[in-house]
Design a protein around this ligand. Structure first.
Ligand SMILES: C[S@@+](CC[C@H](N)C(=O)[O-])C[C@H]1O[C@@H](n2cnc3c(N)ncnc32)[C@H](O)[C@@H]1O
Length: 315
């Protein structure tokens, strides 16, 4: 397996949820719920969460959350220099699956870039896009459940930012392997929740403590937030072949000198600020001050790992 890791701030390439209690009283939600039991939502602390399998996912699914997912889509694009994935997928894939598609933005962009492909985006929350392009389908589905008839169906399965969402890696990756055609690719990209700095500027700050608190939440819910750190060995163990990974350094804040990284850091800082409320509501407001302190040179790792389903079944 080849691994690339950034050792400087410049990108290098070597290779429970809360107790969801109150059903949304909002009229719109009630009428959606009447239309389809899958489309209902629950609300807590002024945020809206999915009503299908309530509590299965920790994050809200309201407009604010959607805006932040779309912001991170742009940050990924900056990091990948405009690419949508790093795996060496065929030029004209036929069938593609985006697991936990969120707002569906990756699926839409991928479908536009690959008109030959039929792209399916699945999520535990409904995807609110209308109209949907002819080569895209969105389905409300729990990826931890049986995938039904999707045996050897896909050329490429993509997953991104599933921290705090996977209770059992081997069980999920077994489904992914089953769903892929022989030789098909799987790629998963995950942002570490742990901020780091090389010059000691983060040490002892609230932001420094944030990472371990986030990891504790994952330990309590049984859905790890250390996924960026656990991803590579889990994908290797699952039986994928030709596994490669890249770790990027994503600055938090505008402190880098290089213009591209300054912009990435600015957008990442805004993403942190907007995401803090959904992460912990009132738990970590002090982290806000650290995010805006130019003397703190924090960054975090983003790791992407991909591998192929073997052409022959294992003996
Ligand atoms: C942080 S968001 C990332 C969304 C998207 N992949 C992206 O990168 O923009 C995680 C997504 O995973 C979805 N999710 C979490 N658990 C899920 C499950 N068991 N089945 C399907 N989707 C799930 C959530 O609803 C949410 O939309």
């Amino acid at each position: 397996m080849e691994t690339t890791k950034d050792s400087s701030i410049r990108d290098q390439d070597d290779g429970e949820a809360s107790a969801l209690s109150k059903v949304d009283a909002d009229l719109k939600t009630q009428s959606e719920a009447l239309d389809s039991p899958l489309a209902s939502h629950v609300c807590e602390n002024d945020r809206r969460y999915q009503g299908f399998r309530p509590g299965a996912y920790w994050g809200p699914n309201d407009q604010e959350a959607a805006d932040n997912l779309n912001l991170y889509h742009r940050i990924f694009s900056l990091s990948y220099r405009g690419r949508l994935c790093l795996a060496p997928i065929p030029k004209a894939p036929e069938r593609v699956l985006d697991l936990g598609t969120g707002t569906g933005i990756w699926a839409l962009d991928f479908a536009a870039e690959h008109p030959s492909a039929t792209v399916v985006g699945t999520d535990i929350s409904p995807v609110n896009i209308d109209p949907v392009p002819a080569n895209v389908t969105f389905k409300q589905d729990d990826f931890c459940e049986d995938w039904g008839s999707s045996h050897e169906n896909y050329d490429f399965i993509h997953a991104r930012c599933l921290y705090g969402s996977i209770p059992n890696y081997p069980a999920l990756y077994e489904k992914v392997l089953k769903g892929l055609k022989p030789g098909g690719w799987f790629e998963q990209a995950e942002i570490s929740v742990i901020a780091i700095s090389d010059d000691g500027s983060l040490k002892g700050t609230h932001m420094d403590k944030w990472g371990s608190l986030a990891l504790e939440i994952g330990e309590k819910t049984g859905k790890s937030f250390a996924i960026a750190e656990e991803l590579i060995p889990q994908i290797q163990k699952a039986g994928f072949v030709d596994v490669r990974s890249h770790t990027f350094n994503w600055p938090v804040g505008e402190w880098p000198e290089e213009e591209r990284l300054k912009e990435l850091g600015r957008q990442n800082r805004i993403g942190w600020e907007k995401g803090l409320d959904s992460w912990a509501n009132l738990l970590f407001p002090k982290v806000l001050g650290d995010l805006r302190n130019p003397k703190i040179h924090a960054y975090q790792h983003m790791t992407v790992c991909y591998g192929r389903k073997p052409l022959e079944p294992a003996p």
